[in-house]
Design a protein around this ligand. Structure first.
Ligand SMILES: Nc1ncnc2c1ncn2[C@@H]1O[C@H](COP(=O)(O)OP(=O)(O)OP(=O)(O)O)[C@@H](O)[C@H]1O
Ligand SMILES: [Mg+2]
Length: 336
């Protein structure tokens, strides 16, 4: 079966500089990531600020080349797909509809621009397609004549969604699509995205800090920490039983009195580590409440348990240990 998105052992490094321009070292923002998303699924990517979510999104949209590894979209390697064709396959919806829409263009022109750049549809058909898409996202004919500044935040995000969908892409990358919006509007936009996915058979890569939203919309979830996916599981399984101590901490941090506040950064004692200096062994061990002697020495690479990816030595059960020929953590059981 062809996957909508396939990411194969992808790395992306950045050189970091101090404010004076001195080199501070390299950051591996995406550090050996492998996953695939089946057509029609929604993969949510969650994790603290700076863990590499947006870098991953930009790599998948072809806006940034990987340092190494390969990305396939709709079965085709991104390096073989030119910009014009890529726009028909995959489109973004970003966090901030205020800065992503040209303030001097009318809504109908903003949404029509991708069609005009493709240039393969007669003008009248382009206009029909724009109005069709605007109606689908709940923007009236009258609003189509307005400038972005004359719309509310929620309406602007609807326009951004119409622009993303007007070329009928198969995949949409949503990077925090509701976090700049009022809480009351967020649910409407999430429901719209869910409805559009069902109606148009879309696949989403969905980045969000809000775990309530993730539980609602995602079919599977990848948890990122310092550039790696440390847990990847179907949404229901992950929410019912988070296995990685980092996922458990992330979930615990949401249990605030007011869930509408979204997810604060994790309260794990130590601050988020310096990404130019990744801890040895398991990169989460300095903050992990369950770390043991093995953790600073052994990298928990590609550990699978019950059909899920869990990069934690505590998840190494007898079967995987036998497969790996590794007896060193025999006395540890996963805390259920
Ligand atoms: N263009 C760049 N140049 C240098 N470093 C970068 C660049 N883009 C990202 N980084 C670094 O890569 C790491 C991951 O950043 P990224 O923006 O992908 O995180 P994120 O998970 O999207 O965070 P947030 O939740 O705050 O949006 C960070 O350490 C960041 O400083
Ligand atoms: Mg980001």
């Amino acid at each position: 079966m062809t996957h909508a998105i396939e990411v194969r052992n992808v790395y992306r490094e950045f050189q970091q500089r101090s404010s004076l321009g001195r080199a501070r070292g390299a950051v591996c923002a995406v550090d050996g990531v492998t996953f695939s998303v089946a057509a029609g699924d929604v993969l949510a990517v969650v994790g603290e600020s700076g863990c590499g979510k947006s870098t991953l999104a930009r790599l998948i949209m072809g806006l940034l080349p990987p340092s190494s590894g390969e990305i396939l979209v709709d079965g085709r390697s991104l390096v073989c797909v030119d910009r014009r064709e890529r726009a028909r396959l995959i489109q973004p919806v970003f966090q901030d509809p205020f800065s992503s829409l040209n303030p001097r263009q009318r809504v109908r022109d903003i949404v029509g621009l991708p069609l005009a750049s493709q240039g393969d549809l007669p003008k009248a058909r382009q206009s029909d397609r724009v109005m069709e898409m605007l109606a689908r996202v709940g923007i009236s004919t009258e609003m189509a004549e307005r400038l972005p500044g004359q719309l509310s935040g929620g309406q602007r995000q609807r326009v951004a969604i119409a622009r993303a969908l007007v070329l009928h892409p198969r995949i949409v990358v949503c990077d925090e699509p509701t976090s700049a919006l009022d809480v009351s509007v967020q649910a409407q936009i999430i429901n719209l995205l869910a409805e559009l996915r069902r109606e148009l058979g879309l696949t989403y890569l969905f980045i969000s800090h809000n775990l309530a939203v993730v539980e609602h919309i995602a079919t599977e979830v990848a948890v990122m920490y310092l550039g790696r996916i440390v847990e990847h599981a179907p949404t229901q399984d992950l929410f019912r039983q988070p296995m990685h101590p980092y996922t458990q901490a992330l979930f615990a941090s949401v249990l605030t009195p007011d869930p509408a506040l979204g997810v604060p950064d994790v309260a794990l004692g130590d601050a988020y580590p310096d990404p130019t200096n990744i801890p040895s062994g398991c990169r989460f061990h300095p903050r992990c409440p369950k770390a043991f002697s093995e953790c600073p020495a052994t990298e928990p690479d590609n550990i699978r348990k019950d059909g899920r990816l869990v990069e934690c030595l505590l998840a190494v059960d007898n079967q995987t240990r036998a497969d790996r020929g590794d007896g060193s953590v025999a006395h540890f059981q996963l805390d259920r």
